[in-house]
Design a protein around this ligand. Sequence first.
Ligand SMILES: NC(=O)c1ccc[n+]([C@@H]2O[C@H](COP(=O)([O-])OP(=O)(O)OC[C@H]3O[C@@H](n4cnc5c(N)ncnc54)[C@H](OP(=O)(O)O)[C@@H]3O)[C@@H](O)[C@H]2O)c1
Length: 306
Amino acid sequence: MGLTTENGSTAAGKEPCGLKFLIYGRTGWIGGLLGGLCTERGIPFVYGDGRLEYRAQLEADIAAASPTHVFNAAGVTGRPNVDWCETHRVETIRANVVGTLTLADVCRERGLILVNYATGCIFEYDGAHPLDSGVGFKEEDTPNFVGSFYSKTKAMVEELLKNYENVCTLRVRMPISSDLLNPRNFITKITRYEKVVNIPNSMTILDELLPISIEMAKRNLTGIWNFTNPGVVSHNEILEMYKDYIDPKFTWKNFNLEEQAKVIVAPRSNNELDTTKLKGEFPELLSIKESLIKYVFEPNKTASVA
Ligand SMILES: NC(=O)c1ccc[n+]([C@@H]2O[C@H](COP(=O)([O-])OP(=O)(O)OC[C@H]3O[C@@H](n4cnc5c(N)ncnc54)[C@H](OP(=O)(O)O)[C@@H]3O)[C@@H](O)[C@H]2O)c1
């Protein structure tokens, strides 16, 4: 099992910064962005070739790369969406449960920190954390959303990973990037839906938060982290911004959760995550609305609106 060097001459050895990352998820959205960031910053990295569920392949990747840190941006999210996981349960378990746990275990054996891009879609608003209350779920809260098979298995894995002191679990939610043409981008998705619900949620601006995940690796941080920008934003608030910055003629239609349930298979999670812990470590972290404007809408404004 070989490794592909993505960073030219610098990736073969360790730079003066002493870092060398091994990244899983080469062909994925987050894995691709992460590799791009490492290249920009001159951080040596390689992508792992192994499939997560094959322990020997992961061991070979690590032996070949001698990384300082491992990043896991691999897993199945379902195509065209998470409903796929409802009908592909074994494949979902193989990658997201067996695979993720195998990687965490191999990293632990080698004394390596694993930065794991997980999900915050394991909670839903409840009596103690009502919608619009500003009371978010904390890192130590027990997941209460098992409505979809994807979320259910992600919650199980998170629980098991708590026992691995070498793992940094990043609870990503509804990721957004400045690439408004990417079909995975939450903004792109909701601008293309025929109808959208309108619910405030915690979300992750990748342009701001992926560099922070690199910094977290440098600081050797571990444990669970709500990995979203502080505060919530609703679908309609984002679409209003889209109209203001990108397409003044844009229109959309809303529907409610009952109507949405008719066009999806599994229910979706809606929640607010408490970001006190992340903000404490990174005081410069912007609120979700500030981050949307700074990283997504302002940079796209000049390009899209003459
Ligand atoms: N996108 C979201 O909405 C979202 C939200 C919250 C959290 N996350 C989490 O963030 C992570 C990355 O998400 P993403 O959106 O970047 O996913 P993505 O674009 O679907 O990419 C997934 C990557 O995982 C790889 N992969 C799948 N199964 C694998 C296996 N068994 N062994 C090795 N590699 C495997 C894929 O490679 P192949 O193409 O070779 O299979 C691909 O490179 C996932 O764990 C996801 O749960 C995503």
